[in-house]
Design a protein around this ligand. Structure first.
Ligand code: S3P
Length: 430
């Protein structure tokens, strides 16, 4: 890994066709394996995480054919899954490891799941204890971390499980295991997390008057073929929404951005900060809500993010922290302790980013307060990505506001979710 130099930007303008949605792509691959027969997916992601997942599903028996922007995945169905390798390498992807752990528990395969340095340091306790209740035997390093050795000798038990944290990875893990059960399993969600799994698998969902959702899965659910076009990744769009707001004389257009309502709290946050974002809905080619987004330079004001918005903005908090550093007034991110369990401890990583640009902040266990300054002045900032794709990209956007060349250590981390990021930045520079 090496350092990348990032010069300041005088203006950003143009149209960017975003990288495909990582969360949807990974699910498309896993659910295609579970469907018996062909699935055709357009615009599958070239990013590392979705490619890792695609390799894993091939190692579980799926055949994959790639032709331009179309991939065909021939799934083997629930009964046909088999371990063609001794271990599955989930790379940097928490989504791959947690969803596949559920699937393997359901299928009753004995297999080892491994991950890279970062993934091997992220807690797996949240999935281990419910999966053990469903009958899995899971051996983990120190009882908590990957590698995970998963097996199941006893029959699968259905589980009614109330999510202790709003995690779509945990929810999807349990629902995937549940798909193999004679009796129905049910995940109860009081705070909404991203709902791609229940949408793409067309699972039964009941919502009560208080908004609590009960999502069911069992063997009798048919697994639909995954025939669709993957929209642009909103989490990638967020970097340009902030860049287009804070870099002078900017105007950026982002066609075909996925606007799943469980993903876009940061859009609301940026609007409340005063960002000038245009939204033109166009769902013609996609199954999920999709729109063209436009953004232009404007002065932002600080915000105290309502805590109930945090789960639906969790991946965007690093780039929102950059927006807050250049806004008028103070901003507060609280109730976001989950950030400490991402690809790196993102609260720590954000404080290092803010240190690099001379921004003032207070760090809490569960977030930060940031003292905004639209005239924040810095020269050669030295950023560190901590091998985290979102920290690398947030650093790059902050670097655009410097007076001189900045540098980002381990900037290649962007390829985990957005391999085209640096090219897109060059296309936008004017
Ligand atoms: C994801 C869910 C979120 C998110 C991650 C992708 C998914 O994690 O942070 O980038 O695809 O399900 P949690 O479910 O752990 O909150």
């Amino acid at each position: 890994m090496s350092s990348k130099s990032v010069p300041p930007a005088r203006s950003l303008s143009g149209t960017i066709v975003l990288t495909p949605d990582k969360s949807i792509a990974q699910r498309a691959a896993i659910f295609s394996l579970l469907h018996k027969g062909p699935s055709t997916i357009y615009n599958y992601s070239q990013a590392k995480d979705p490619q890792t997942t695609l390799q894993c599903v091939q190692n579980l028996g799926a055949k994959v054919e790639i032709e331009a922007d179309k991939i065909s995945i021939y799934g083997v169905g629930r009964e046909g899954i088999s371990a063609l390798t001794d271990e599955l390498d989930c790379g940097n992807s928490g989504t791959a490891m947690r969803l596949l752990s559920g699937l393997l528990t359901g299928a009753g395969l004995s297999i080892k799941l491994i991950g890279d340095h970062s993934l091997s340091r992220r807690t797996m306790t949240r999935i281990i204890s419910p999966l053990e209740k469903m009958g899995a035997h899971i051996l983990a390093r120190n009882g908590v971390f990957a590698p995970l050795y998963i097996s199941r000798e006893n029959p699968l038990k259905a589980l009614e499980f109330t999510l202790p944290i709003p995690s779509a990875q945990l929810k999807s893990c349990i629902l995937l295991a549940g798909l193999f059960g004679e009796e129905e399993s049910c995940v109860i969600e009081t705070i909404p997390s991203r709902d791609h799994t229940e949408r793409l698998l067309q699972l039964r969902v009941e919502t009560n008057a208080l908004g609590t959702r009960r999502i069911y899965s069992s063997k009798s659910d048919e697994i639909p073929a995954q025939n669709y076009r993957i929209p642009g990744d909103y989490s990638a769009a967020a970097f340009w929404l902030v860049a287009g707001s804070i870099v002078p004389n900017s105007a950026i257009t982002l066609p075909n951005v996925g606007l799943n309502p469980t993903r876009i709290a940061s859009l609301q946050i940026l609007k409340e900060m005063g960002a000038q974002i245009g939204i033109i809905e166009d769902n013609s080619e996609f199954d999920e809500p999709v729109a063209e987004l436009t953004v232009q330079t404007t002065e932002l004001t600080g915000i105290d993010i309502p805590q109930e918005w945090i789960p639906n903005a969790i991946d965007e908090l690093p780039i929102l922290a950059v927006a807050m550093a250049f806004a008028n007034g103070d901003s507060h991110i609280r109730g976001a302790a989950e950030l400490r369990h991402k690809e790196t401890d993102r609260i720590m990583a954000i404080t290092k980013l803010l240190d690099a640009i001379g921004s003032s902040y207070v760090e809490y266990d569960d977030g930060l307060s940031i003292q905004g300054n639209p005239n924040l002045d810095f020269d050669c900032a030295q950023f560190e990505s901590f091998h985290d794709h979102r920290i690398a990209m947030a650093s790059a956007i902050a670097a655009l506001q410097g007076n001189k060349l900045s540098s980002i250590k381990d900037a290649e981390a962007t390829a985990v979710s957005y391999p085209e990021f640096w090219n897109h930045l060059n296309l936008l520079r004017h």
